[in-house]
Write a protein that binds this ligand. Structure first.
Ligand SMILES: C[S@@+](CC[C@H](N)C(=O)[O-])C[C@H]1O[C@@H](n2cnc3c(N)ncnc32)[C@H](O)[C@@H]1O
Ligand code: SF4
Ligand code: SF4
Length: 356
């Protein structure tokens, strides 16, 4: 085990990543922006500019300032206020450079581009059910011209492109053109997240898979009822898509991988371990990502002891499960007490001895 560091001593995202939202806002991670792109050269201007340098400088000094003052990604979603040196580089594959003062590359190597904020669903933890998720006035779509300019100027040099973000890529009006432009300026690695709810034809899946290396299906339960409650559609549609994806992968794209993302909430925390088993043993996952819910304190399992214990119990079961080393797991940390110890149940048994 390496030394524990506060995430501010560790986070390397602003040295590696440009995240661009559907309106052109630019920053290092979810919802943290330093400016808005108007011309395509602004990407480089922001990347090498004063504001981004300030973000990097504050992190080097360990200062919780500016956009990092309230870190959603590491502190809230991954519950990782402290990290082990062993974990350095695992998160987004972005370790802070050995010498943080070192000049960054002229262009970012990793990009997360939110092609659209529109969606066909109103998932419980993501949308206000009273708002139409397809309404572009509330949920903008990135104009194809911007996507094209990003592709032409940056995609080919990227180590990794993460598409989607706050919406559903399959609703984008220019999906076919997007697939073609990614094909033309193919980054080394492309990852997309989808809700898996569409009746996607075999042909469209084939084209989509041809420009993706990793596809993450967002599924937050194993039971059909809970899935319907959270995501609002019948899970059978997801499995229909999964069957097609598997067939195409097996026959045509053996290197293509898919996995599942799970948002941890009070309503589904009890299914976490079952989810891991199903995702690996039955659904064929190569990767599993867990994240804590943000923006819904009433559903967070990190704020009350009763829920922290339920969460720790599931985490223990998962960590004790014999998972193939080739399967990538991104999983948040245990819940700790004020003294920095992993919370145990009231009989004071260590969490490792908790039985199901
Ligand atoms: C906003 S979605 C966009 C991509 C696609 N529509 C999907 O559902 O995968 C990206 C990821 O954010 C997760 N997410 C949605 N609401 C969240 C919340 N309140 N807290 C944490 N993650 C959330 C989703 O489950 C999904 O894995
Ligand atoms: S907000 Fe958090 S994840 Fe984002 S750059 Fe700052 S420390 Fe890193
Ligand atoms: S499918 Fe994705 S973007 Fe759409 S509401 Fe659900 S989590 Fe949000």
């Amino acid at each position: 085990m390496g030394r524990k560091k506060h995430y501010l001593e560790y986070c390397g995202l602003p040295w590696h990543i440009a995240m661009i939202d559907s309106t052109g806002l630019f920053g290092p991670c979810c919802g943290k922006f330093i400016g808005k792109i108007k011309l395509i050269r602004d990407v480089q201007n922001f990347w090498n500019g004063k504001e981004y340098r300030k973000v990097r400088k504050n992190l080097i000094k360990g200062k919780s300032k500016g956009i990092c003052a309230d870190c959603i990604y590491l502190k809230v979603m991954l519950n990782k206020e402290y990290l082990d040196e062993d974990e350095v580089g695992k998160i987004w594959g972005c370790p802070r450079p050995q010498n943080p003062a070192v000049q960054v590359e002229q262009k970012p190597k990793y990009m997360a581009v939110n092609f659209t904020s529109r969606c066909n669903l109103s998932c419980f933890m993501c949308r206000d059910p009273k708002t139409n998720p397809l309404d572009e006035r509330n949920f903008p779509e990135m104009p194809f011209e911007l996507i094209q300019a990003l592709a032409v100027n940056y995609f080919r040099d990227l180590e990794s492109l993460i598409t989607a973000g706050s919406g559903e890529i399959f609703v984008h009006r220019n999906l076919l053109k997007i697939i073609d432009i990614i094909q033309q300026y193919r980054p080394k690695l492309v990852t997309t997240s989808t809700n898996g709810s569409f009746n996607v034809s075999e042909d469209l899946w084939r084209r989509f898979i041809s420009v993706n290396d990793l596809l993450m299906f967002s599924v937050d339960s194993v039971s059909e009822e809970l899935h319907k409650e959270i995501r609002g559609f019948d899970m059978k549609k997801l499995f229909r898509n999964l069957d097609i994806v598997n067939k195409i992968r097996d026959n045509e794209f053996p290197n293509f991988k898919y996995g599942f993302s799970y948002v941890i909430m009070k309503k589904n925390v009890h299914e976490m371990f079952d989810f891991v088993r199903k995702a690996i043993d039955e659904w064929g996952a190569s990767q599993i990502n867990f994240m804590h819910v943000h923006g819904h304190d009433d559903e967070s399992v990190l704020l009350e002891k009763e829920w922290q214990l339920k969460y720790n119990k599931q985490l223990t079961l998962i960590k004790d499960y014999d998972i193939d080393k080739d399967i990538v797991m991104e999983i948040p940390d245990f819940a700790y007490d004020a003294d920095g110890n992993v919370l145990t149940d009231k009989n004071n048994r260590t969490i490792n001895s908790v039985e199901r």
